[in-house]
Design a protein around this ligand. Structure first.
Ligand code: ADP
Ligand code: ZN
Length: 627
């Protein structure tokens, strides 16, 4: 047992250049090296790859043959193999992107015992031909990556994954390790059943992503808000999600017009344009990808610094998965959601008008409501997010907007009653904008046309600004007191009363709201609190604290930092690989902090393994020699 540990440790240090295993990696690696089966549930960025790569190397180097890694996407295989080659590991893939001669050459190397890891697409793996080849070559380990693809419930179902149980039947003595970042119990149970992993040891990590700062802002002028947000991320890579293709094109053009390197990505674009834009996102630095959710699966880029949602996702699952594409490298990152009342209403309308069964629609509504509640939350977002996935975080996280800038709440019963009453009096079919005009006593054409200036509620809410009313309407929808009126498809954003609003109208129930709805002068704002330095509030309301931490490069170090990045880019370009395959940002950062002057000092840096030291060490040392 000890000997095994040592060789895993040696590989971790020499090949990968890391000093310590993270979290459960150590236990997982020992278990699999010793021949045990494992099911690994770990969030994105948790370090799943090492969990099978190190056992593969240990076992291959003991003459047990190559490990076979099942992976669902060509792009993922390519990335992993590129990264392993940089480390001097003998890895290759077999998939439909290879011509016959290249595939044959890979097979030859495999049969000659030259390969340590072989990545294979699932449809190839279960063919009789490949099974026969595996019987001929030795197999040391099966690693099944993205194992949730076996689940019909998931979003990434791949029928070919179902056939993978054959591995266990045909090769009962070869250990298997299945890995996924999908958290829910139902998917987990299905993986176990479908892959016949009943005897496997389960390693379940927390799904928390502590380095992601969660922030939700109320939408007023979405694109300007986005621009403001992005100003904290000059030349950083990130993703901006939009709901529709048209919005993607608009926002990309808008950002380009403001000097930001933004590219669009959606299913309506030519495949070649999509491929080109994706490539630019991966290989260049500081590209902002504006995309529909068609973009993201299989994107392994570790240094995505932000994920911005311009519309609310459809569920907490979607929110977790999409924001989760930020900060794989463990460095500070932000999930920023710009949330408007219209989003919630149109999402619900889309579900309502869809052709799903009523039962399915009810489930979808429930998911939208959960997300709405999350948006309007006044307490720790991470606690709520983890709670949704069945995990308990004992204390508030200190790394979300609500923790850093606690919103104040207030008794909004009176305006809530005004709002509900105006909905009722106008026939429960108008949207918030019109209702707010009535409440504020604005005689628009529409108000006159419907004679809404004659209503007793006309002008009763003058004391609140239109912005404050918008926030209150959003919160009324989030709390379920108001619902979108589905019978009035032609009037968009029409609202109607929920059963629960009756108690509020009758004065039997109070309504508490977040502070944005507060009229001026009624209480000190969070900003006042900050400026006077009195409150317990620690950071700014814009999330810029995180941004500052992340930049965190001292003024005088900026030129060296620039040269380090240029050196990395030059090497990456020459080899046609993404820069992070050469060195991660965290490795460059450590170089900057230590400013090594010898190869021995360079070798100590996390992420500098022996091959990278030999290949690139001098080049990076030179950066520190320059005046
Ligand atoms: P996952 O597949 O779980 O999303 P990865 O395997 O891509 O995560 O790992 C995420 C990042 O963490 C990678 O950049 C990887 O190099 C790094 N990493 C993994 N394990 C360690 C470790 N023990 N020490 C330092 N960095 C690590
Ligand atoms: Zn928090």
């Amino acid at each position: 047992m000890r000997g095994m540990q040592e060789s895993s440790q040696t590989i971790l240090r020499d090949i990968f250049g890391y000093n310590h295993f993270r979290g459960e990696q150590d236990a997982i690696v020992s278990h699999v090296v010793a021949g045990g089966d494992a099911l690994v549930l770990m969030p994105t960025g948790g370090g799943k790859s090492l969990c099978y790569q190190i056992p593969a190397l240990v076992r291959a180097r003991r003459g047990m043959g190559a490990a076979i890694v099942v992976s669902p996407l060509i792009a993922l295989m390519q990335d992993q193999v590129d990264a392993l080659k940089q480390l001097g590991v003998s890895a290759a893939f077999l998939n439909s992107s290879l011509d016959a001669a290249t595939a044959r050459a890979v097979e030859e190397r495999w049969f000659d015992g030259e390969l340590e890891l072989l990545y294979v697409a699932p449809e190839r793996l279960t063919t009789p031909r490949f099974i026969a080849q595996m019987e001929r070559a030795k197999v040391s380990l099966f690693a099944i990556d993205e194992a949730h693809c076996v689940s019909q419930w998931g979003h990434d179902f791949r029928p070919e994954y179902r056939a993978l149980s054959i591995l266990h039947q045909r090769f009962p003595s070869v250990p298997r390790i299945a890995l996924t970042a999908t958290a829910d119990a139902r998917t987990r149970a299905e993986i176990v059943e479908q892959l016949e992993l009943e005897g496997a040891r389960q390693f379940i990590s927390s799904f928390d992503r502590p380095n992601i700062f969660y922030q939700v802002v109320a939408k007023n002028n979405g694109q300007q808000q986005l621009l403001q947000f992005l100003s904290g991320y000059k030349s950083q890579a990130g993703i901006v999600y939009r709901l529709s293709r048209k919005n993607v094109d608009d926002t990309a053009a808008f950002l380009v017009g403001h000097g930001i390197r933004a590219l669009p990505y959606h299913a309506g674009l030519d495949a070649s344009v999509r491929a080109k834009n994706q490539q630019a996102f991966l290989r260049e630095e500081g590209v902002v990808m504006v995309a529909t959710i068609a973009f993201g699966m299989g994107i392994d880029k570790p240094n995505v610094r932000f994920v911005a949602h311009m519309e609310s996702p459809k569920s907490m699952e979607g929110y977790y998965q999409e924001t989760g594409r930020a900060g794989r490298d463990g460095q500070p990152a932000v999930g920023w959601l710009c949330f408007g009342l219209g989003d919630a209403v149109s999402l619900k309308r889309m579900v309502e008008q869809g052709d799903a069964t009523d039962q399915r629609k009810a489930v979808e509504f429930g998911k939208i409501d959960a997300l709405l509640q999350f948006c309007e939350l006044a307490s720790c977002r991470r606690q709520a997010l983890l709670h949704y996935f069945g995990e308990n975080l004992a204390a508030p996280c200190g790394n979300c907007d609500n923790c850093c800038t606690p919103p104040q709440t207030w008794d909004a019963t009176e305006p809530a009653r005004m709002a509900l009453s105006v909905v009722y009096r106008t026939g429960q079919r108008f949207g918030a904008t019109h209702l707010i005009d009535i409440l504020r006593g604005v005689s628009t054409e529409k108000v006159i046309q419907f004679r809404h200036d004659q209503l007793p509620t006309f002008g009763v809410g003058k004391v609140y600004s239109a912005m404050q009313w918008k926030s209150m309407f959003r919160q009324l929808v989030a709390s379920g007191l108001l619902l979108p009126n589905e019978t009035e498809g032609q009037l968009f954003s029409g609202l109607m009363l929920a059963e629960s609003s009756r108690a509020v109208l009758k004065g039997e129930q109070a309504v508490v709201m977040r502070q944005e709805g507060l009229p001026k002068g009624r209480s000190r704002s969070v900003r006042d609190e900050l400026e006077s330095g009195s409150g317990k509030i620690r950071a700014s309301s814009s999330g810029s604290r995180t941004v500052a931490d992340m930049a965190g490069i001292a003024e005088e170090d900026a030129p060296i930092w620039q040269r380090l990045r240029e050196t990395r880019m030059d090497i990456a370009r020459a080899q046609g690989v993404p820069p992070y395959v050469i060195f991660h940002d965290s490795t460059l950062r450590e170089m900057l902090a230590i400013k090594p002057t010898t190869l021995a000092a360079m070798a100590q840096i996390s992420g500098v393994g022996s091959r990278k030291l030999a290949q690139y060490g001098t080049q990076f040392l030179d950066v520190f020699q320059q005046p």
